[in-house]
Write a protein that binds this ligand. Structure first.
Ligand SMILES: Cc1cc2nc3c(=O)[nH]c(=O)nc-3n(C[C@H](O)[C@H](O)[C@H](O)COP(=O)(O)O)c2cc1C
Length: 178
């Protein structure tokens, strides 16, 4: 069952959930990958509802996102198994099929080709409209020191030094599943 919602009625739920993490899922061919995100924004640009995700250069997710321009965001609305966010936030899809390892149930989307995840029932279907790798010369020195101690986009996956790319995506559909 799906219940369509106005995403802005869930703005508080989405933004508060980000403290523990929500899932950003991508699909390339038949392969589905998901990762935990803790940074993101909800708002309006170009007259459209927008979710902005911030994805480091080294994430496997970035390869899928750049190839397809589509993702889902899944948000818990009550307590979930904390293993889901910790595994999806520490293991890369390059090494592990996280969906299978965690027995996550995929739910086909209505508008885009990337599925949502049943265990985190609030689903946003998102289509990338604009992307921008963040410019280190515009980032405050304190944030550079904390988040990008040696800014270098060439580092291997797993090293927490590469820059974020901001993906501005239109939220083309939003619903709760059960
Ligand atoms: C709570 C939490 C929040 C996170 N937030 C982000 C984020 O906003 N952006 C990001 O690039 N990585 C974030 N990460 C790290 C990725 O989830 C992690 O590197 C993941 O293994 C990447 O998976 P992938 O290589 O399959 O894309 C977060 C991790 C955790 C545990």
């Amino acid at each position: 069952m799906r219940k369509n919602v106005n995403v802005f009625d869930y703005a508080g739920t989405i933004c508060k959930a980000m403290k523990k993490g929500v899932l950003l899922t991508t699909k390339l061919g038949d392969a589905v990958n998901t990762m935990t995100i803790g940074w993101g924004m909800l708002g309006i640009e170009w007259g459209k509802p927008i979710f902005i995700a911030l994805v480091r250069e080294s994430r496997y997710t970035k390869e899928y996102l750049d190839a397809t321009g589509e993702f889902t965001v899944n948000v818990p609305v009550s307590d979930i198994d904390s293993k889901i966010l910790s595994v999806c936030g520490t293991k890369s899809g390059r090494e592990v099929d996280k969906i299978r390892a965690l027995n996550l149930d995929l739910v086909e989307s209505e508008v885009i080709s990337v599925p949502g995840i049943l265990q985190l029932p609030l689903t946003l279907e998102c289509k990338v409209m604009y992307r921008q790798t963040q410019d280190p010369s515009e980032i405050p020195a304190s944030a550079i020191e904390r988040y990008y101690p040696k800014v270098n986009t060439q580092l291997a996956s797993g090293e927490e030094r590469d820059l974020h790319t901001a993906y501005y995506a239109e939220i083309v559909n939003a619903y709760l599943v059960d």
